[in-house]
Design a protein around this ligand. Structure first.
Ligand code: DCP
Ligand code: MG
Length: 576
């Protein structure tokens, strides 16, 4: 929590202003009962109308001043705490941007979202309330006691009874509520996760008639959260009548013992009235102080969760002394690379050694789960190899700054991802400053021009969230255009032609061939026809290379390759 509060520093002037105003407000509230006592004891008792009016006006001004300070204090403290919220969200977002894939996997998207939104809101709320209470409560409590003592010392012993009672009630309440608050945050995480899965998987849910099942799943998570929240609120609601009861009993006690003393002439009526008001002030401030103790654990649970994110150092970081190859030509080399996913027992890739050169196409083929995508991810440095090294133009990729490395790669992922925006925006994602001609050119190579031209708004057609208004093959071609527009030295296609029909696939590869004359092309494919004419084919089987060569060579020497080929083509189609 202290670490989080550091982010409040830039708002010190707002906080100071809020605290000063809160001080004024407290002073006003402490002063009012005294003025009232004066009116009663001096004005009314003596029947002095002028005195009543003049003190009355004074009361009015003090009350107005107090109210104004209160409003302004709220204004400043809101600003400061909302500012804190903004800074925190910014920090979390910035930090998460630097995460490597491992860290994303370990938190999970739903939890990262809750932490950036709900947890920050909790802190924001508590900061705002504390800014008001932390200053008010002690001033009012101490000031109230002093004023009460000065008015009617003979009945002040009542506080010795009441304050411990209130404190005890609050301690009991906090004991019960604090663990509940902690579990509420976790339950919000769960709810978010279920909701996200529901929203992204809506088509599958419909197709498999799982709406009822999903409804139940959501209701369960929702109910769970609701029940916990209700328990907390029931507790808080129960607290109010108890506190009111204590307040009222105190008032009765004050009047009871006070009236006797008024009778005996020890204190005056006005004093008693003021005393009652001071008692209320003191009791409310004791309550406020305890509220802070109740709320603090909730905020600190949230702070803990935020700190977890901020404390996670990305596993993949830029080198301290980066090396950038003098001229990036695009020679990719794997040297005895072994890799396993965090927590996995078996490596996904073992002893991978091969090279890919500019101007040549290297194809990677293998059954599903062979580790093809993983291998490409290693080139992008989404993960670091466990053993061995990957070099680009002779430099280990761990020595190259990530942005330099990635800006030289045109990557088309296996799962096409588009962003909300126009088609042109999506293609430009590969190169911010691309001209319209460049966008058009990239689209034409990716064989996307035909369907873009047919759309109503052409390049300005809006892609909806998740790219649902384009077909799978269209999406794939837009992703290819996005990679092409960068004119990178290294192209990486992860099964990027799978959704295209054979004709489009062939046309695209033909156009691409001209475009990528000097670039290194690494392409993963399932279809033999797609890779048959590659300069070099790497055959992966369960994470190991079982053959490298051309189609012809492999067909002769590599059993795994021949099996794949024969499962797709008839003997006559196998051009050798
Ligand atoms: N794997 C894993 N954790 C991940 C990703 C994959 O444990 N975050 C495992 C699942 C597979 C193996 O790694 O057993 C290889 O996965 P790949 O995605 O690399 O497999 P391919 O790309 O070869 O398969 P496909 O042809 O289906 O795309
Ligand atoms: Mg794959």
């Amino acid at each position: 929590m202290t670490r989080i509060l550091n982010y409040l520093k830039p708002y010190w002037y707002l906080i100071t202003a809020a605290l000063v105003l809160v001080f004024f407000q407290s002073m006003a509230e402490l002063y009012l009962p005294t003025l009232m006592a004066d009116i009663v004891d001096t004005g009314i008792v003596n029947g002095d109308v002028n005195y009543i009016i003049s003190v009355g006006i004074k009361m009015l001004l003090v009350a107005l001043g107090g109210a104004f300070s209160a409003v302004m204090a709220t204004f400043f403290s809101s600003r400061a705490s909302m500012g804190l919220g903004k800074t925190l969200r910014e920090e979390i977002f910035k930090h998460v941007e630097g995460f490597s894939i491992n860290e994303f996997d370990s938190f999970g998207a739903a939890s990262l979202i809750t932490r950036t939104t709900n947890d920050v809101t909790q802190i924001q709320m508590v900061t705002m309330m504390s800014l008001r209470m932390v200053a008010t409560a002690p001033i009012m409590a101490i000031g109230g006691i002093i004023m009460a003592l000065s008015r009617a010392p003979s009945i002040s012993w009542i506080f010795l009874v009441v304050i411990p009672v209130i404190a005890l009630v609050m301690v009991i309440v906090s004991r019960i509520s604090v663990p509940l608050f902690g579990s509420i945050q976790k339950k919000i995480d769960t709810l978010n996760r279920v909701l996200r899965e529901n929203l992204t998987g809506v088509r599958v849910i419909r197709a498999f008639n799982r709406v009822d099942y999903e409804n139940k799943r959501f209701n369960k998570a929702n109910l769970d959260l609701t029940n916990t929240a209700i328990r907390v609120n029931r507790l808080m609601a129960g607290l109010m009548p108890i506190i009111m009861f204590i307040f009222n009993m105190t008032t009765i006690a004050i009047i009871w013992f006070g009236s006797v003393r008024i009778d005996r002439g020890i204190i005056q009526v006005g004093d008693l009235m003021a005393f009652i008001q001071y008692a209320t002030l003191i009791m409310s401030s004791v309550m406020m102080i305890s509220m802070i103790f109740i709320m603090y654990p909730r905020a600190s649970a949230s702070a803990e969760r935020i700190n977890e994110v901020l404390d996670t150092t990305p596993e993949i970081i830029d080198p301290v002394r980066p090396q950038i190859p003098a001229e990036i030509k695009g020679v990719v080399e794997f040297r005895d690379v072994t890799f396993r996913y965090p927590g996995a027992e078996e490596p996904v890739l073992s002893n991978i050694t091969f090279g890919a050169e500019p101007g040549k196409t290297t194809a990677i083929i293998g059954s599903t789960g062979a580790g093809k995508t993983t291998l490409l991810n290693l080139i992008m440095r989404f993960y670091d190899a466990e053993k061995g090294s990957i070099l680009i133009d002779g430099v280990d990729i761990r020595e190259i700054p990530q942005d330099v490395l990635r800006s030289n790669i045109g990557y088309v992922p296996q799962r096409s991802t588009l962003f909300t925006g126009t088609i042109a925006d999506n293609i430009r994602y590969g190169k911010d400053d691309a001209t319209d001609d460049e966008v058009r050119h990239a689209a034409s190579i990716a064989q996307a021009l035909d369907f873009i031209e047919e759309m109503d708004d052409k390049f300005d057609t809006i892609i909806s969230e998740g790219g649902t208004n384009v077909s799978g093959g269209q999406k794939q071609r837009l992703c290819i255009a996005r990679a092409i527009i960068r004119r990178p030295k290294i192209y990486i296609f992860d099964d990027s032609f799978s959704a295209l029909d054979f004709k489009t696939d062939a046309r695209l590869r033909h156009a691409l061939h001209k475009e990528t004359k000097n670039a290194t092309v690494i392409m993963v494919a399932q279809r033999v026809a797609t890779i048959m004419d590659a300069d070099q084919i790497v055959v992966l089987d369960e994470g190991r290379i079982v053959g490298i060569g051309t189609h012809k060579e492999l067909y002769k020497n590599c059993d795994v390759y021949r099996d794949i080929v024969l499962s797709q083509l008839s003997e006559e189609e196998v051009v050798l």
